[in-house]
Unconditional design. Structure first.
Length: 271
């Protein structure tokens, strides 16, 4: 019997997800390096890099206790490896999709809620990561600097707000009308595709120029001048569509990940 704040996403299932994905001809599995506990930092690359293609990055579980994030990733990957899914095919014709299903394998294995093996919150390390304190961020960030980033999604769960929502980068120094337009287009696509998403409840917006650039989505937005969102899901339930028996669940997280791929396709040609 297990007692958990949210349904766990086990390390065995994480490995199964990596193996399932890499069996597809258009997906490669790469180990970027290793964590402080010696675990692999795994990157899945979907599609063939070509001139003119966009680079889309999706990461999950910087906070390892937010296990709904990797259930979400499983749903997105299910579509990316489905040869009959024309939305996924269309996306991969326009973009290469880089996915880090678990940014914090040490914390996941140790049972931490928000930190890595030595108690570091990875989502406050993006300005100055190091191999000594935050190799997870350092390794992923280095690869991003090599590939470039045209769109970035950082998948999380929020313990207090009972809705699915997105947190943008309106507080970064270089925020402009182009980024505002991209954010609006992406939100509108999600609102059209799934009623699980809403834009009435969420975090307070940062004041102009006041964003915390140690946070992943803010640093990426400022560094690459790209569409960059933190996506949040509830731990308990979505108040707009409550489920009295199961609340917010792995199954709904998976479906939200599948829907997120369609929303990503909707804005790829605007990136």
């Amino acid at each position: 019997m297990y007692f958990a704040y949210f349904a766990p996403y086990s390390y065995d299932r994480h490995l199964d997800l990596l193996h399932m994905a890499q069996n597809e001809h258009h997906c490669t599995l790469e180990t970027l390096g290793h964590t402080l506990d010696g675990n692999d930092m795994s990157l899945l690359t979907f599609g063939e890099p070509e001139e003119g293609k966009k680079n889309i990055w999706v990461i999950a579980r910087q906070h390892p206790g937010e296990s709904m994030a990797e259930w979400f990733i499983e749903g997105m990957i299910q579509r990316l490896v489905d040869d009959t899914d024309t939305a996924a095919q269309a996306l991969l014709e326009q973009a290469v999709v880089y996915v880090v299903p678990n940014m914090n394998p040490d914390g996941s294995i140790r049972g931490h809620l928000r930190t890595n093996a030595i108690g570091v919150n990875l989502n406050r390390e993006w300005q100055t990561p190091s191999m000594e304190k935050s190799p997870e961020v350092y390794l992923v960030r280095e690869r991003m600097l090599k590939t470039g980033v045209d769109m970035f999604l950082d998948i999380h769960g929020d313990e207090a707000i009972p809705y699915n929502f997105a947190a943008g980068s309106e507080g970064i120094p270089s925020y402009d009308e182009r980024l505002a337009s991209l954010e609006s287009a992406f939100k509108q696509a999600l609102l059209t595709i799934t009623p699980e998403f809403q834009d009435d409840y969420g975090y307070d917006k940062d004041e102009p120029g006041k964003a915390n650039l140690t946070v992943g989505s803010n640093w990426v937005a400022e560094q690459f001048k790209c569409l960059s969102y933190t996506i949040e899901m509830p731990f308990k339930d979505n108040n707009n569509y409550p489920d009295p028996f199961y609340g917010w669940s792995p199954e709904r997280s998976i479906m939200f990940g599948r829907d997120m791929l369609a929303a990503t396709l909707a804005v790829t040609d605007k990136l």
